[in-house]
Ligand binder design. Structure first.
Ligand SMILES: Cc1cc2nc3c(=O)[nH]c(=O)nc-3n(C[C@H](O)[C@H](O)[C@H](O)COP(=O)(O)OP(=O)(O)OC[C@H]3O[C@@H](n4cnc5c(N)ncnc54)[C@H](O)[C@@H]3O)c2cc1C
Length: 370
């Protein structure tokens, strides 16, 4: 069913099969393209798979997307969550999810988006004054461009998230959020574990980044398959020992120590938009662990629906921007003059490699020709 443009491989293992599709033309062009920090394919997938769950939904949930025009307006305002109890994005196809349970502002003037709270806060100095949507957009962009971020803190989201413990460990490092997590001292853990779905989800250790993995290189099929089987079997073996310990009278707070880091945990997480952008910039980035990136992209899919103007500015001025050191500015001048990457006074090998990567993005030079 694939055209000749696609190289495809179909692998069957046990009850699972995976299809790997590589667009060979894109692969060839990849080296000439600037790196794109946001994984657009994944983001689009999450955006299109937001489930809008209504408070009074019957057993079968209505997942059709309500729109701002279709919800009632009270006193000139409509509900930013479009009359829904929660917006849910499933993340790993297993137990993981990110669900919006509340947003501030919740009530939004008809014809505007929740971004209006940013300009509302920013304009306090000048008195109320009704402004047009385009003037509001210009102000949001100005504030974001000039790092005048306190008005952005006047927007907040509250999420209910479920993720593997090893993702939560990275996520919790962001100290500016308010968190309340499931307590394994108070309650029994559930036998819910994250295990890579297919062999193509098992990534190779990166040779260039000691912390990272290779996204386009895969470990040998049998090695990956054995790893998945082991991860699943060992998780349930550990869970059985955990249950035996509880049944034997061991306290919940101690018994949990035999459980692996792929067990699922959950929390409520509340954060303002400014600090959320910082979290997203770090965790949607290609340097973040792939599993963590997936959660960050799911959060961003929700945030984009609520705050499209601020997100546009975030992409333009933060995600799509490149920060240069003084040495890099000098090297850039030299590069423009020579029409190829020059290194000016950059002598440190690591700095040279970092600059080369940025230069390729800025000058759109082919990395292979350097
Ligand atoms: C790719 C990647 C790899 C990482 N690798 C490691 C690792 O190997 N080991 C490890 O331990 N961590 C690691 N981290 C975590 C990282 O060091 C940060 O702790 C984490 O990203 C949170 O960043 P933050 O402190 O800027 O964010 P937040 O905690 O969300 O804080 C936001 C901002 O608020 C300010 N702030 C908050 N609290 C304080 C404070 N107490 N004092 C001063 N300013 C404050 C800072 O300006 C901060 O940038 C990694 C993170 C990433 C993205």
């Amino acid at each position: 069913l694939f055209t000749r443009e696609f190289a495809s491989s179909l692998k069957i293992y046990g009850n699972e099969f995976c299809i790997r599709v590589i667009n060979s033309k894109q692969q060839q062009q990849k080296s000439a393209m600037p790196s794109i920090t946001i994984n657009r394919d994944l983001l689009n997938r999450y955006e299109s798979s937001i489930e809008y769950l209504r408070a009074d939904a019957p057993e079968s949930v209505d997942t059709s997307k309500p729109s701002a025009e279709s919800v009632p307006v009270f006193g000139g305002k409509y509900d930013a969550m479009l009359g829904c109890d929660r917006w849910r994005v499933n993340v790993d196809g297993q137990y993981g999810h990110v669900s919006l349970v509340d947003v501030m502002p919740r009530m939004v003037p008809a014809g505007k988006t929740a971004d209006f709270a940013i300009v509302q806060a920013a304009r306090v100095s000048y008195g109320k004054g009704t402004k047009s949507v385009s003037e509001d957009r210009g102000l949001v962009r100005y504030l974001m461009r000039h790092l005048h971020t306190s008005p952005v803190e006047h927007c907040e989201i509250k999420l209910h998230c479920k993720m593997p413990m090893f993702v939560a460990r990275q996520w919790i490092r962001h100290r500016t959020a308010n968190v309340n997590e499931y307590s394994a001292r108070y309650s029994e853990m559930k036998d819910e574990f994250y295990v890579p779905g297919t062999v193509s989800d098992v990534r190779m250790q990166s040779t260039t980044n000691r912390q990272g993995s290779e996204t386009n290189k895969y470990v040998e099929h049998d090695v990956a398959a054995n790893f998945i089987t082991d991860a699943r079997d060992l998780s349930f073996t550990a869970f059985n020992r955990y249950m035996e310990a509880l049944e034997g009278g061991v306290s919940r707070e101690q018994a949990r120590m035999v459980l692996p880091v792929n067990i699922m945990t959950e929390w409520y997480w509340k954060i303002d938009l400014h600090n959320l952008f910082h979290f997203l910039a770090l965790r949607m980035d290609a340097h973040a662990q792939h599993e963590m990136q997936q959660y960050a992209l799911a959060v961003y899919a929700i945030v984009k629906q609520l705050f499209p103007v601020a997100c546009e500015a975030f992409e333009d001025y933060r995600i799509g921007s490149v920060t240069l050191t003084r040495l890099e500015v000098e090297a850039l001048r030299e590069s423009i003059k020579q029409k190829q990457v020059g290194f000016g006074g950059i002598s440190n090998a690591r700095e040279r490699a970092e600059w080369e990567h940025k230069a390729v993005q800025i000058l759109r030079l082919d990395e292979n020709q350097q």
